[in-house]
Design a protein around this ligand. Sequence first.
Ligand SMILES: Nc1ncnc2c1ncn2[C@@H]1O[C@H](COP(=O)(O)OP(=O)(O)O)[C@@H](O)[C@H]1O
Ligand SMILES: [Mg+2]
Length: 309
Amino acid sequence: MELMAYVWPIGGGKGGSGKSFLTSSLGRLSAGLGKKTLLIDLDLGAANLHTLVDLPYPTKCFSDFIRKKIPRLEDTVVETPVENLYLISGAHDNLDIANLPYEQKIKTLKAIARLDYDHILLDLGAGTSFNTLDFFLISHNGIFVTTPEPTSIENVYRLIRSIYFRRIRHCFNVTDFKALEEAADELYGRGAVNRPECMMEVVRLKYPETHAQIQDDFNGFRFKLVLNQLRRHDNAGLGQQICRIIEKHLGLRIEFAGNVAYDDHVHDAICARVSFLERYPYTRTAGDLRELSKSVVQTAGEQMLINYS
Ligand SMILES: Nc1ncnc2c1ncn2[C@@H]1O[C@H](COP(=O)(O)OP(=O)(O)O)[C@@H](O)[C@H]1O
Ligand SMILES: [Mg+2]
């Protein structure tokens, strides 16, 4: 199944790293360039995109679709005060995406794939529940957000590893996957099951066709890493270094998409419920965000939804 829009899951292992701020900022910039842009707040339980786009009381939200109050996902979309920018809010949701039953998840993924926008940004929140990973895997595009703090980097590293692992997992039933894990253990020793490259090697030996198919998918991934809240004295090359480490240890290629500088005005803008980009357009941070948005908005190429069997 082909996706109608470019879908950008935005994830990071840690709350507070700036996923929602980046989602809303990239959404505003994409909309400002005339792209019909939809934000979907899937950080259920901690949803706050509505506040960041100045919609304190959205009239409808995602859980209306899950609870079948609104049968079609597209009917849960609300307009925002920004031209071309739309939102599926997670406000009022006491659902936890981690607990979304399998059928509901597949139904939602398919519904997202059919939404007719130029860009769809998914705020996935923190965590590595299977559902979060599956929503990330809806698309070949995706953005990982981390701050320069080692705790945040550690979490994003774990998230990236889990996503690739999950993609491998999709291709096997429980029994076959267990056998693969045991084979990896035997071949590479304990801990191998945490390294996608070891698992892939075992898959290659036992299921060469499936291996080729997964490898194809891995090669098609165009995931990006953003280093947010970089302060003046932080190492500006850190993002590149993280990507190199991920390639070395996990064998996965993640593109470094850029730094976004830390600025106290972000806090001020959020507290004043105004757009940071509009209120403080000449700050370094606003410049970084505009630069980052280019790599998102200029994307081309087709996208397929992973086939869940
Ligand atoms: N580039 C930045 N500069 C300064 N503060 C930032 C920046 N990005 C995010 N923040 C601060 O971090 C807080 C958490 O951001 P948020 O986007 O809500 O994180 P997440 O969605 O990852 O939990 C924001 O309220 C804001 O105050
Ligand atoms: Mg958030």
